[in-house]
Design a protein around this ligand. Structure first.
Ligand code: DX5
Ligand code: ZN
Length: 214
């Protein structure tokens, strides 16, 4: 299992310490949630914070942007150290163009789906994607309750990938813990994001190791 701890739940007063802790852990990627207060009802952080994180880890930066008009900022995300850039399907009018541009800039391209968005909307771009992110909560906040129907959605996405002979990775974000993570792993998820479950645990590094072994 690829594990991508969400920095959104870290202690921002100690972001260097927490980034270094993740860097020393078994985490594969670091998940970075950028929110603009328009696409989602919350504001998180932007480029200066992303650049600060980049300085303190060599791990893959898995950047999930919950913003309107993502096209205006693709280059700046690349310059700030993004490895995988995931845009929301619901925020892109010309999704194919956005995905192409992300790849032209040398990043891996991901698309996130809100809980109400069916996987079928990705049929025509399935072969162009490096990653699909299934949101298992409504985006905007850490610590929310897992939406149980997301497990079935992962199965539908596996079927779509087979049908289209595509090769994207399947990642799930929101309410992930050992119990929901196990269900998602069985359904075919290959990457799990976990924020509050990792950072609220007694030993974040140990929790990351447990998630890795799912
Ligand atoms: C929610 C974010 C998530 C969030 C997950 O909008 O996309 O990445 O950090 O937090 P938990 O794991 O606490 O649900
Ligand atoms: Zn996220």
């Amino acid at each position: 299992m690829i594990v991508s701890p969400s920095v959104l739940s870290c202690d921002f007063g100690n972001i260097q310490r927490d980034t270094e802790m993740l860097d020393q852990s078994q985490a594969d990627w670091l998940h970075i949630d950028v929110m603009d207060g328009v696409f989602v009802p919350n504001i998180s952080f932007g480029f200066p914070v992303l650049e600060a994180i980049r300085k303190h880890t060599k791990k893959t930066l898995d950047v999930h942007i919950m913003i309107e008009n993502p096209d205006d900022f693709l280059e700046q995300f690349q310059k700030s150290g993004t490895d995988i850039l995931t845009v929301h399907y619901e925020a892109c009018r010309h999704l194919h163009r956005t995905i192409s541009r992300i790849k032209e800039l040398g990043m891996k391209a991901g698309v996130a789906l809100n809980p109400h968005t069916p996987v079928s909307v990705l049929e025509e771009v399935a072969c162009d994607l490096d990653l699909v992110l299934i949101m298992s909560v409504n985006p905007g906040f850490g610590g929310q309750k897992f939406i149980a129907s997301s497990v079935e959605k992962v199965r539908s996405l596996v079927d779509l990938r087979t049908k289209k002979k595509a090769s994207f990775l399947i990642e799930v974000d929101g309410g992930v813990n050992l119990e929901t993570g196990k269900q998602l792993a069985e359904a075919g998820a290959e990457a799990l994001v976990a924020g509050s479950f990792v950072f609220n645990s007694a030993s974040p590094q140990e929790t990351i190791s447990q998630l890795k072994s799912l």
